[in-house]
Structures are given as structure tokens and as C-alpha cells.
Design a protein around this ligand. Structure first.
Ligand SMILES: *[C@@H]1O[C@H](CO)[C@@H](O)[C@H](O)[C@H]1NC(C)=O
Ligand SMILES: *[C@@H]1O[C@H](CO)[C@@H](O)[C@H](O)[C@H]1NC(C)=O
Ligand SMILES: *[C@@H]1O[C@H](CO)[C@@H](O)[C@H](O)[C@H]1NC(C)=O
Ligand SMILES: *[C@@H]1O[C@H](CO)[C@@H](O)[C@H](O)[C@H]1NC(C)=O
Length: 471
């Protein structure tokens, strides 16, 4: 019964796409012909012009539909602050949270949380009141879209969810919002604005600067807090660098970043560490979706890593462990105690099978601090071993990472086997149970589910906006 409508939409989209692709005017506006990499670079000035023509229409619409004048904003802003104050009081209050939700759903508990009761109350308050306004300004592809595949997929997945998902947390009235989202994708800026091999980030910063100028002249919200209740989200390595396009965005706004490197300006008090989730082809590998219930089958390897010699830490790992602790001809490995470190995994060996058959999975930083291996390890119920410097782990204001991961100092890489072998079996099993317990917080669902990664990201933003610690 649905098929004629699908057919209609499919045909309509096809004509729309063809029109956009082949209609001469937008094409010449969009593509920078002066550039060698014509098909991947967008001219900024036409983009800005596009923004402003688009804006004038929106402004006209806004004047009738919502009251975004400065005085009106102040009045409502007072109410928004009152709501937040009530939420803070309720979170700090001593009422038992277990009965507040009024549903039979998940209740956080156990050692994986720093303070499960506080977290639960804060989460319920978020569900009750949080409203996000997503600016409509800016055009595809750099605004309102992002990658949903491969290493930066969380950019696109979050953006699409907040703009087109079930909408519980979104408001169309910016006067009622607690936080404002700047819906651009740094990964797409790199794809469309960056000249490959130029190492020049200035077109990306210029885009961000223009975007903030646009929304701060058109609406009163940015100026009234210097951007403190605004957030951006980026998984691309250059997220932090791109955010320098506006000094307030960098220093004051909430930046939700995979590259949560404190020596590159990541500020855990206002910024949010975003987990990197590698979706080959847009999906989690079926092997990781339901790891075998193998509590009785011992895992064959002590630890596993495979990946390129990127960044400052991995060369050291290779120096000590690459091809050192095993013999590939010896396939039975009865000692169950080898460390398998590969730079290139031989073609006949399977990456995820290794994760599923190792007790510990090594997660060294690469070119940037975050590693998709952390989330993969959690899916594979392999205890992550964090090898990084200056990395603020995702959701660490709520989660007790010590309860489900091991941190090994980079200087201790030579002692890796000694350290991991010394972990008693019951301690290992406790860590593994912890990994299972936090899996829901790192899971992408469509449609989203309570306490999943989408909600955890929102909750981190919510905490920054409330500006209270949950300890
Ligand atoms: C909550 O309980 C603690 C200790 O039981 C007490 O010190 C504190 O005053 C209480 N707070 C409120 C808001 O009732
Ligand atoms: C916000 O501040 C900027 C810079 O001072 C100014 O140009 C802009 O007009 C202000 N925006 C609004 C809506 O008043
Ligand atoms: C952030 O603030 C500091 C101190 O005021 C300033 O020196 C710096 O330039 C700002 N950062 C950016 C990227 O503008
Ligand atoms: C973190 O930032 C510092 C300072 O820029 C840099 O030297 C270091 O390599 C970064 N760490 C990683 C893993 O990228």
C-alpha cells in the first residue's frame, strides 16, 4: 500500500537532485572555479550570500511566528533560568529518585557510575525540561548534514537525530530553549572547503566565523550569553582548530568534540568529550552486535591491537610489542597469555574476531586522542586499555571509567604484559561486567532509546548548561 507513495517520493527526489545538480546557476554559485580542486571546494562568498538571502525570508517568517525581539527574549530567558534553578535544586535534593520517573525503565546503579542517584535524577530532570533550539540557517551540505558512515559518523548521526528524530528535546521556539545548537559539520567543511595537502584551516574557521556572525546579528541569543548556552559538535580531528574561528565559540561555548585533548584547549568544565564510533558502511559490524555469551569460554589472547603507526604513542607500542609476543605459525596458543600487536593485520585474520577473543583491547591514541577502539572494545566485551595523554574520556563526569577499563601510562608500555598479567581473574571479571553494564551508553539506536549514546551526549551538554558537578 505504501509503495506508490515511496515511488512518488523517489521520483520527486530524483528530479529535485537532478535539478540541483544540473541547474546552471546554483552550480556556478557553489563551485569555486578558481580553485584546482573545483569539485570539492565551495566559494565562501556565494555561501554567505545564500545565507543572507535565506535569512531575510526566515526573518520575515520569524517576525510573525515567534517574538525574537530583545525585550521579549529577556522576559522568557528569566523563565528558562527559573526552570534550570528548579532542576538544580531537585537534583541536589534528597528525595529518592527511584519513584520520580513513574516508569519501569532502566535505573542506573552499580560501580560503573560515580554517583548513580545523582545521575539518575539529573537524567530525569533533563527528560522533563531540556529544550534545544537548532538554528535553521545555513545550507546543505555543510550545515544540517554530516557523515553517517566511517570514522566521523557520530557527527551526522547526532545532527540528523536532533533535527529529524522524534523531537522530544527540540523546540521550534528559540525563546524556550535552554541550549542552542550550531548545526554544522566539520567533517563536511574539510570535504567541501579544504584544499587537500594545503594544511590551511582558514576556510573552515572563516565558515564558523561567518556562521556565528550571522546568528548573532539576526537573533539576540548569542550576544546575551556570549555563546555560553550554545554548542557545536565535531568528531573530525580539526574540530578544536575550526572552533577558533570565533573566540567566544572557542573560549565560552560548549564544544562537543571527539578530539578532547586538554593540551589543545579542551576544557572539561565547559566542553564535552564525544565518543568516536566507527561505522563501516554506516552500521556496527554484526559480529559486535551480539558478542557470544562466553563467560565459560576463556578468551584466547591477553591483549590485541591492530592499526597504523599514527600519532605519538603507537610507534612506542610497535617498538615493544609488534610481532614480539607470538608466533603466527603457532595457532593453538595454549598459554592464553599472548599480546597480539599488528601494524597491518594479515588478510587471513579477522579484526573483530580478535577483539572478541581477547581479554584486553589496547586503545592507544592515534593522530588525535580519541580512538574508535574504545567503543568497539565495549561492544566486543573486551576490557579497554587506555593508552593516551591528556585525553578526557567520554561521559567521565557520570561514568567511573576505572570500573570498566584499565589506564596504562605511556611510559609503562614496555611493562604492558607484566601489568595486564598481574590483574587477578576476579578483578578482570568485574571489569568485564562493567563493560557490559556501560554498553547501553555507547549504543547508537534508531529510533533512539533512553540512556543510549544520543541521550548521554545530550546529558553531558545538559550538565554543562546546568553548570553543576555530579559527584
Ligand atoms: C541531604 O542530606 C544530607 C545528608 O543526609 C544533608 O546534609 C543535606 O542537608 C540534605 N539536603 C537537603 C536539600 O535536604
Ligand atoms: C551582537 O553583537 C554584535 C557585535 O557587537 C553586533 O554587531 C550585533 O548587532 C549584535 N546582535 C544583536 C542581535 O543585537
Ligand atoms: C581565548 O581567551 C584567551 C584569554 O582571554 C585569549 O587570549 C585567546 O585568544 C582566546 N582564544 C581564541 C581562540 O580566541
Ligand atoms: C594533544 O595535543 C598536544 C599539543 O598540541 C599534542 O602535542 C599531542 O600530540 C596531542 N595528542 C594527540 C594524541 O594527538
Amino acid at each position: 500500500m505504501e509503495s506508490p507513495r515511496y515511488l512518488f517520493y523517489a521520483l520527486f527526489s530524483f528530479f529535485l537532485v537532478s535539478f540541483l545538480l544540473f541547474h546552471p546557476t546554483p552550480l556556478s554559485q557553489l563551485i569555486n572555479n578558481n580553485n584546482n580542486n573545483a569539485q570539492y571546494s565551495l566559494h565562501l562568498h556565494p555561501l554567505i550570500t545564500k545565507f543572507s538571502t535565506h535569512n531575510q525570508q526566515l526573518l520575515a517568517v520569524n517576525e510573525h511566528s515567534t517574538k525574537t525581539n530583545v525585550n521579549g527574549h529577556r522576559e522568557v530567558a528569566g523563565k528558562v533560568e527559573e526552570q534550570l534553578a528548579a532542576a538544580r535544586a531537585s537534583i541536589r535534593g534528597n528525595r529518592s529518585a527511584a519513584h520520580e520517573g513513574g516508569d519501569e525503565g532502566y535505573v542506573p546503579g552499580g560501580a560503573v557510575y560515580r554517583n548513580p542517584r545523582l545521575f539518575y535524577r539529573s537524567y530525569l530532570e533533563m527528560e522533563k525540561i531540556l529544550k534545544v533550539y537548532v538554528y535553521r540557517d545555513g545550507d546543505h551540505p555543510i550545515a544540517h548534514d554530516g557523515p553517517c558512515k566511517d570514522i566521523y559518523s557520530i557527527e551526522g548521526r547526532f545532527l540528523h537525530e536532533i533535527e529529524h528524530g522524534h523531537g522530544r528535546f527540540r523546540t521550534n521556539d528559540p525563546n524556550l530553549a535552554h541550549v542552542y545548537f550550531l548545526p554544522f559539520s566539520v567533517a563536511w567543511m574539510v570535504k567541501y572547503l579544504y584544499t587537500p595537502l594545503s594544511y590551511d584551516h582558514s576556510p573552515l574557521r572563516q565558515f564558523v566565523s561567518d556562521y556565528v556572525r550571522l546568528i548573532s546579528t539576526k537573533y539576540p541569543f548569542w550576544n546575551s550569553t556570549h555563546g555560553a548556552d550554545h554548542f557545536m559538535l565535531a568528531c573530525h580531528d580539526w574540530g578544536p582548530s575550526t572552533s577558533k574561528g570565533n573566540p567566544f565559540l572557542y573560549n565560552t561555548s560548549i564544544r562537543v568534540l571527539c578530539n578532547a585533548n586538554t593540551s589543545e584547549g579542551f576544557n572539561p568544565q565547559k566542553d564535552v568529550s564525544l565518543p568516536e564510533i566507527h561505522l563501516f558502511g554506516g552500521e556496527v559490524s554484526p559480529k559486535l552486535l551480539s558478542p557470544q555469551n562466553d563467560n565459560n569460554t576463556p578468551r584466547r589472547h591477553l591483549a590485541f591491537f591492530a592499526g597504523g603507526a599514527h600519532g605519538p604513542i603507537r610507534p612506542k607500542l610497535f617498538q615493544y610489542w609488534k610481532n614480539r609476543d607470538h608466533n603466527d605459525n603457532d595457532n593453538d596458543n595454549d598459554n592464553n597469555n599472548d599480546i597480539r600487536v599488528y601494524e597491518y593485520l594479515p588478510k587471513d585474520l579477522d579484526y573483530y574476531s580478535f577483539m572478541l577473543n581477547s581479554k584486553f583491547c589496547l586503545c592507544p591514541s592515534g593522530y588525535e586522542v580519541a580512538s574508535p577502539r574504545i567503543v568497539e572494545s565495549i561492544y566486543a566485551e573486551c576490557v579497554p586499555v587506555i593508552l593516551s595523554n591528556n585525553y578526557v574520556l567520554p561521559f567521565s563526569d557520570v561514568l567511573q571509567w576505572e570500573a570498566f577499563s584499565i589506564k596504562v601510562d605511556v611510559s609503562d608500555i614496555p611493562r604492558l604484559k607484566e601489568i595486564l598479567s598481574a590483574i587477578p581473574e576476579d578483578e578482570y571479571l568485574r571489569l568485564k561486567e562493567g563493560v557490559k553494564a556501560v554498553r547501553r551508553h555507547f549504543t547508537l539506536n534508531q529510533p533512539v532509546k533512553r540512556f543510549d549514546v544520543f541521550h548521554m551526549i545530550l546529558h553531558s551538554i545538559w550538565l554543562r548548561r546546568l553548570n553543576i558537578p555530579l559527584r
